[in-house]
Design a protein around this ligand. Structure first.
Ligand code: GLN
Length: 189
């Protein structure tokens, strides 16, 4: 049986684990490099990317994590998690892990009060639109050739992307009661 790790340094890791539990998937919180050895995939939650980044440095988890993902371990970053796994970000901080070939602009959809919800069609999870929640969300401003765009806003802005074993969403599927993107990630494993 597979086990999914949720990086539990800061942010809404609890909400991700709630959904994995509902789906009957074994999951565990991850903080240290040693804990990475017992999982088959990792979710990096939304939160504050600068804080998550600092704590990743504190626990020395970046290098071993990067190696595992380069060897094929599936990883999914939501919102701040997308910033953490991006190739580049246009701000000076944090320094991203450079795992998925996207360039990201932090907070580019506006501040907390400009948070919004949008129904988005993601063909990989079915026809029914997915209620996507954007909270100080990162905007993907450039994508590499190997990126599959899984979903876009009505203005065509990509907000869900995949490159082989790496998934990234600008929004927060963990804050909804629609578990289809979590199920999709489970299938990637
Ligand atoms: N704005 C946050 C950051 O830059 C991300 C917000 C979120 O995860 N909801 O890290």
């Amino acid at each position: 049986m597979i086990k999914i790790g949720v990086l539990a340094l800061q942010g809404d890791y609890l909400e991700h684990q709630r959904i994995l539990q509902i789906l009957g998937i074994n999951s565990t919180y991850i903080k240290t490099p040693e804990e990475l050895n017992k999982i088959d995939g990792l979710i990096v939650p939304g939160g504050e990317s600068t804080t998550i980044n600092k704590l990743m440095d504190f626990y020395n988890i970046k290098k071993p994590l990067k190696k595992l993902v380069q060897q094929g371990m599936p990883i999914w970053g939501t919102c701040a998690g997308m910033i953490i796994i991006a190739n580049k970000i246009i701000q000076s901080s944090p320094t991203p892990l450079s795992l998925i070939d996207i360039t990201v602009d932090r907070n580019a959809f506006g501040n907390q009060t400009e948070s919004f919800e949008q129904l988005i069609t993601l063909p990989v999870i079915g026809k029914q639109p997915f209620k996507s929640i954007f909270i100080r969300a990162p905007k993907i401003i450039d994508i590499g050739e190997k990126i599959d765009v899984l979903g876009r806003l009505p203005n065509k802005q990509p907000v869900a992307v995949k490159q082989n074993n790496i998934l990234a969403t600008s929004f927060h599927p963990e804050l909804t009661n629609d578990y289809r993107i979590h199920e999709f990630f489970v299938k990637m494993i």
